[in-house]
Design a protein around this ligand. Structure first.
Ligand code: DP6
Length: 326
């Protein structure tokens, strides 16, 4: 009764910010799975265990983090009628809590591993519905490549599917890890506060539908300028909503601002067509055509000497592997 799954994090081009019951979003969202930021998770349902327990990056989970995992295991137990408790061991290939959605890769890998370990065979759509209840953004880490999450109207129809496979478009996403300090306000809290921003209503009613159309067109036509300009606008708006919600949240630090307001526009003027997006944290995702990756890395190394970075390609979604973590 043991299985292991690997799932990628994803970077949202159109972002989920603000939610309703069962992690239902206010709008459809679109993302790309990223190859260099993955979670590997082994789940064992074991009749000998008295409690569920979980280890992430060699640390035993406690408190709210453990509770979130246990709640998810309960969902799997209910759907697949499992009677045992579980041991969960999980490793991230990247630092947690720095604006790379670790809950996305984490809950996608947990969902697939827990279902497989129970001998269940759910469809991809059913897996996305289940993963979404653990973490909204995890819904998009199950299918491959470029993914759309249909907002739906209830817990049974808010699911994700692939728009294009990973090899549809050779993009690179270079994540600049501006700081490895964990962020102080979680996305869970950010989602709750989002509707209190005066910008939220226009965002949902007008801005998001327009941007969704643009991102769909940019992907269909592989138009980097249209994609880049739209995702930059979207990322700035997410942080404006956070900054104007009550109480306000500020995820950006001076280095983030320097990268997005000075370095990236300058690199563009120098002839490298690069664009940024951000999640709920200070790290910057730099999106460019793969052919510009080398030129860009040269600039990054020159200007931001010791900064850590992760190079990503569009990636397949969650999958089962044979090698267990215990
Ligand atoms: C800013 O679904 O990761 O990355 O799992 O509830 O912590 P929790 O939130 P999550 O929300 C992250 C939202 C975002 C944008 C996005 O990925 O769409």
């Amino acid at each position: 009764m043991k299985a292991t799954a690997v799932a990628p994090a994803n970077i949202a081009f159109i972002k989920y910010w603000g939610n309703k019951k069962d992690n239902l979003p206010y709008s459809d969202t679109i993302s790309m799975n990223i190859s260099g930021c993955v979670t590997t998770t082994t789940v064992e349902w074991n009749p000998q265990l008295k409690h569920d327990f979980a280890v992430l990056n060699k640390k035993t989970l406690r408190g709210a983090d453990l509770e979130r995992v246990i709640n998810h295991l309960r969902r799997v137990r209910k759907i697949l009628q499992v009677r045992y408790k579980a041991k969960v061991v999980s490793e991230n290939s990247f630092p947690t809590g720095v604006g790379i959605a670790s809950s996305a890769s984490g809950f996608a890998a947990l969902t697939l591993a827990a279902v497989k370990a129970a001998g269940g065979s759910l469809s991809e759509k059913e897996l996305t519905l289940l993963a979404r209840q653990g973490s909204g953004s995890a819904v998009r880490s199950i299918p491959s490549g470029f993914v759309i999450w249909h907002k739906g109207t209830n817990t049974n129809n808010s699911y994700a599917e692939s728009l294009y496979p990973p090899d549809w478009w050779s993009l690179s996403d270079i994540v600049l890890i501006v700081t490895t300090k964990e962020k102080s306000i979680s996305s869970v809290e950010g989602h709750k506060r989002a509707p209190s921003s005066p910008l939220f209503e226009t965002r949902v009613k007008r801005k998001l539908p327009e941007r969704l159309r643009k991102v769909k067109r940019a992907l269909a036509q592989r138009d980097i300028k249209l994609l880049g300009e739209t995702i930059e606008e979207e990322a700035r708006e997410l942080h404006e909503v956070a900054r104007t919600s009550k109480p306000p949240i500020n995820y950006l630090i001076p280095t983030t601002k320097k990268i997005i307001n000075q370095a990236i526009p300058r690199w563009r003027r120098e002839g490298v067509p690069v664009y940024f997006t951000l999640d709920a944290g200070p790290s910057v995702h730099i999106i460019c055509l793969a052919e510009y990756e080398r030129a860009l890395l040269k600039k990054i190394k020159k200007e931001f000497l010791d900064m850590q970075y992760i190079v990503n390609k569009p990636s397949e979604g969650a999958r089962v592997i044979r090698k267990h973590l215990f």
